[in-house]
Design a protein around this ligand. Sequence first.
Ligand code: AMP
Length: 423
Amino acid sequence: MSFQSLNLPDYLLEALDALSYTQPTKIQEEGIPIVLEGQDLMGEAQTGTGKTAAFALPTIKMLQELPQKKKKTSVLALVLVPTRELALQVSKAFKSYAKYTPRETKVISLIGGEPIEIQIRGLRMGVDIAIATPGRLLDLIEREEIRLYELEILVLDEADKMLDLGFSEELEQVFSKIPEKRQNLLFTATMPEKVEALSVSILKDPTVIRIEEDQASTNIEQRAIEVNEDKKRSLLQHLIKSENWEQTLIFVASKRSARNLAGKLSKNGIKASDFHGDLNQGERSNILNKFKDRKLNILIATDLAARGIDILELSCVINYDLPRSAKDYTHRIGRTGRAGASGVAISFITYETQDHFKLIEERTNNSINREQIPGFEMNGEAPVKVKGEAPKKGKRKSKKDRLKEQKSKGKPSFPYKKMGDDL
Ligand code: AMP
């Protein structure tokens, strides 16, 4: 299958050629014709499958073919995304695909963390496609600075993440402010009930495309290394020095861990930056650009900040701390092995997290061999922590005893906090 056979115009083929996209990915192959026919679409696909081009290419073509709009400041296509990083990335993709359109295609990002006045100025100068995070969009709607009455296409990207981040009310408000007659495209990596409900409420007779996880991640080699909690950092340093990874993304559980680990690695001569929700937008863009330009090879990130990081040649992802859920695991490892490239995803498994990892394996239909690295083996004696005291060496309690103890303390079985509170 080629892009030509998808009925795309020359100005898009030229742009794809410049980007060295030789053939469509599965979601593009299946999705582009559906969007071009004007149908609503529900795409179950993760980042890395090429979903952005699957909605951006037909959107650009369709907008080019519309008659002249009434007002140059009217938005014709609106893409809602959960994070600022993803908004910038999607805008960049739209701009590169629309580079050669006969009629200029104006793309704008409307995101928090940047002065609203600049975005207002941009909107007043004329716009066709807006990529927005829900909060900032509503702010602009309330100030009557954005015209949505000529809207043709609405895209909800990473809908599951938008709902996880608590944007459902904002989304409802946005839906009430835009024309009812429009084409809707919804993309989500997972299908929890709340996404199902959202899709029922906004999609009209949609065609559903499902890109299975194994189709999305076949290029990713998954490894699981067993190590004691207190040896994780030295193991990481050893791997960074001995393996020849180029761009490495390391996931940790909290902002504090990200800062600590980056600091400690840097002290040991390994240049690394932390990347999380405490950094402002300027700092985040700056670090990300350095990472993309390969001036920085190691990024230590929390789950929230890592959403939307798109670096094609990312060779390695490390779960230094395990993710909370199977969904986050899939999302994290999907940061590597993108669009046909190969990658490795390594998870550090400790005594404390081995049951949790088994659960992730079950839920992702995976079975990953456990490895031990000489010099960093997980030994039979795990430190037992007693609240208020330094860790003592001792025999690990049985799973049954641990669960009993947790239950009596009313604690969840996994030691991390609630989603989104420290990212
Ligand atoms: P996405 O899933 O949209 O975030 O895309 C993941 C990455 O794959 C992005 O860096 C795209 O530029 C790239 N990509 C998308 N489609 C193709 C394609 N057909 N051929 C090569 N690379 C692609």
